[in-house]
Each structure stands twice: as C-alpha cells, then as structure tokens.
Design a protein around this ligand. Structure first.
Ligand code: ADP
Ligand code: ASP
Ligand code: MG
Length: 406
C-alpha cells in the first residue's frame, strides 16, 4: 500500500462536474489499495472573485480579514469533494489548514509554513478515510487564519508530502506538465518529461505559475519527487527531481515571464557609503520585496539607482520611495508599471558561452528594448516593455530551439 498526496488546482474543481471527475480519479486510486491525501484549491476564479468583492469596500483592507475571507474558497471545494466522494461510497473527511496542523508564521497574505503536525491527518488515514485538505491556508502562532500567497495550495501539497513521507506527490492542473514556456503563449511549447529542482525553482520564481516557488523550494529541500499532470486526461506529466537523475543538462530549458513587475528609478542619488543601505532598509521595513537593482555610472558625485518590485506592492512602495527621495537628497523619481520580465532558465547555461549574447540578439532582432538585465548561474532576465512581452517570449523560445526540447 502506498501513500499518495495529490493536489487539484482551481480549474480542476471549477464546477460540480469537475469535482465529480476528481472524485472518480481518487476513488479509483483508492480502489487500488492506496492511502490518499487530497489538497484542493478554491473553485475556478473564486479567490479573484472574493478579492474583487472585498475591494468594493476599500482597497486598503485589513490583511487579517482578507485571509479570513480568502480561506473560505478552499473550504468550499474541500467540503464539496468530501460530499461527492461519500456519495460514491468512498469515505472521506475534509479538513481546514489548521485542522490539518499546518502552522505558519504571522505574515497575512504571504505566510510561510513553519511546522506541520500531521497527527490528525494520520488518524483519519488509519480510519481508512480519504483526507481532503483546504490548500493555501494555515494558522499563525496567534491562532489567526493565514494564507500562503497566490498559488499556495501547491506548497500545502508538497509540504504535506514531505512531512508524511508520501510515496507519490502529484500536482494535477489544467496543462499536461511543465512546458518550455507557458503553452498559452507559445503554441509549439514542448512538455518536459523531467526538470531539475533548481530549474523548476528558477522557472517558478521567474513567473511560471504552474508551481508556486515555495513548493519547488520544499521539494528541493526535502527531496520530494513531484509530478505535474493534467487532471483532464491521462497523458504522462513532468517529473520534478534531482538533477543527478536527469540524463542530460539542457543549456536552456525554458522561457519564463512575469507581469507582476514595476520599475522605480531614483535620480541624482548622492554617491557615498550607506545610501543604498538607507534605501533598501526602508523598503524592507515596509515588507516591499526588491528584485533587480542597477546603479548608473557616477557623474558629479551622483548616480541614478533603478530597481524592480512586485507590481501589486507598487501603491505601498510609492509612498515609501517619496520618503526616501527626501531622506537621501535625491533629485526625484520615476516609475513604470507597464514593464514585464522575460527570462531564460537552464542548468547547462553556466558551462556554455554566448548564451546571453544569443538572448540579447533575439530580442534586438524583434526591436525589443531591454531596460534592465540580471543574471545568475542558471538564468538571465531582462526587463522590457509589457506590450512586447509575448513577442519576446516567442522570439526567445525559437532562438533556443525549444520547440525541439524533447
Ligand atoms: P492551478 O489552478 O491548477 O494551480 P495555475 O493556473 O496556477 O493552475 O497553473 C497552471 C497554468 O500555468 C497553466 O494553465 C499555464 O498557463 C501556466 N504556465 C505558465 N508557465 C508555464 C509552464 N512553463 N509550463 C506549464 N504551464 C505554465
Ligand atoms: N486559490 C488560491 C489562488 O488562487 C490558491 C491556489 O489556487 O493555489 O491563488
Ligand atoms: Mg496554481
């Protein structure tokens, strides 16, 4: 008998019919003698709809109350799936995040799982029940409901698989697996049969929403092999695993894109020690996450500093940056929220010359202007205008011949 942790995303549980499809899959797995834990997301676009509803009241809402509201989405689908399974004579119980022992820190809206107490889940498994868990939620040390950031049900599933030492961890979604680029943008994107933890973490962090970055991090830390599959068919999926288990390392495995980006520039920043520290400490104190940073060459003891942040934190950041301008004596600031990030990712990149040149050349050929660049051993990212994003993703996909990736 083996233990399976499965997760079904929003589109896989978007209606009662689809919940029935999920229940059929679970009932079949169980009939083969397996123990099953199921993590579910909220139905369809429920999370977005709940947020829209709340924003009618105010844009500046209490993060605690937002979490109270959003957590209800996953509870609906968990209970409905338990009812559907019961109707098929398959005993099941639904649990909220806190009933399932998912303990997080106190950061509402982007809480991190700190500890899992799986005793309740284990008790239910021993009683022969399919255990259905509302994804994306936990409980803080203060006893408050938290949510784990958008896409957080993936992380619930992988963390549970690690803690329960599951034999299988499967993320069921609405595409066949992890592709060389978002298959909704690049028609000839190729499904990868295997991808390393490192590459998956980079792809996810750079915007490939097929897996939440924290889920990739958990998988890597606890050596959980994760399979991403389509809940609507039986096609083989993508295995996320140790690089050592891969036969060959690709130079470039994929192209990722992210539109949750805003760019801020500070002009004529005095060039002396401690200035950067003041800027980025103030942003950090306000919990604003900074991604790329560039500083221009010095002129007259001054230089310009530009950086990117998450676009959904832009309103908060604007006030903080105005404060920074005054504090450091800069001459002013500018910003753009019409930018996006396009990246190439590949574990084999570090040992191959000319990858960056090929990327910049592909963008130049399409007349796409690059505003900022950042690199690491296994990725290169460029900030470009958002209205050129699709062209950029397609151009890079074809420049690295990713349509022939497998
Ligand atoms: P779920 O609701 O199942 O969690 P998501 O919408 O969060 O589903 O993630 C699946 C989506 O991720 C796909 O529909 C696809 O558009 C998008 N996506 C972005 N990049 C990739 C990629 N490289 N491979 C596969 N899907 C990707
Ligand atoms: N329902 C949440 C979201 O839409 C969590 C998830 O789907 O993983 O982000
Ligand atoms: Mg998701």
């Amino acid at each position: 008998m083996s233990l399976w942790v499965t997760k079904f995303g929003g589109s896989s549980v978007a209606s009662l019919d689809r919940i029935d499809n999920v229940a059929e899959r679970i009932a079949e797995l169980r009939s083969q003698g397996n123990d099953i834990v199921v993590v579910v997301s909220a139905m369809g676009d429920t999370t977005d709809e709940l947020l829209e509803l709340a924003w009618n009241i105010d844009r500046n809402l209490s993060p605690r109350e937002v979490d109270m509201l959003l957590a209800t989405g996953e509870q609906q689908s968990a209970a409905l799936l338990a009812m559907t399974l019961a109707n098929k004579q398959c005993p099941a119980v639904s649990l909220t995040g806190w009933q399932a022992g998912i303990q997080s820190d106190s950061q509402h809206g982007k809480a991190r799982i700190m500890k899992l107490d799986t005793s309740r889940i284990q008790k239910e498994i021993e009683q022969n029940k399919v255990v259905i868990i509302a994804g994306f939620q936990g409980i803080s040390p203060e006893g408050e409901i938290t949510t784990l950031g958008r896409g957080g049900s993936d992380t619930t599933a992988v963390a549970l698989a690690a803690s329960l030492k599951a034999d299988h961890c499967i993320i069921f979604t609405d595409v066949d697996g992890v592709y060389t680029a978002d298959p909704r943008i690049v028609e000839d994107a190729c499904k990868l049969s295997v991808i390393s933890y490192d590459e998956m973490l980079e792809m996810a962090s750079l915007g490939a929403v097929v897996l939440q970055p924290r889920a990739a991090e958990f998988a890597m830390l606890y050596h959980v092999d994760v399979e991403v599959r389509n809940s609507f068919n039986d096609h083989p999926g993508t295995l996320i695993t140790e690089v050592a288990k891969m036969e060959n390392q690709r130079v470039v495995s994929g192209v990722a894109h992210d539109t949750n980006v805003a760019r801020i520039a500070l002009f004529d920043v005095p060039d002396h020690p401690g200035v950067a520290s003041i800027i980025f400490k103030l942003l950090a104190d306000h919990r604003i996450n900074v991604d790329m940073v560039i500083q221009s060459a010095m002129r007259d003891d001054r230089n310009d500093i530009a950086f990117t942040i998450d676009r959904d934190e832009f309103n908060k950041a604007r006030h903080v940056v105005n404060e920074i301008v005054v504090k450091i004596g800069a001459s002013g600031m500018s910003y753009s929220i019409e930018v996006a990030k396009v990246s190439i990712v590949g574990a084999g990149m570090q040992s191959n010359l000319g990858v960056a040149a090929r990327m910049f050349d592909a963008l130049a050929r399409k007349d796409i202007n690059i505003h900022m660049i950042s690199t690491s051993e296994i990725k290169i990212s460029c900030i470009i205008d958002e209205d050129r994003l699709e062209d950029a993703v397609k151009a890079l996909h074809s420049a690295f011949h990713l349509e022939q990736a497998e």
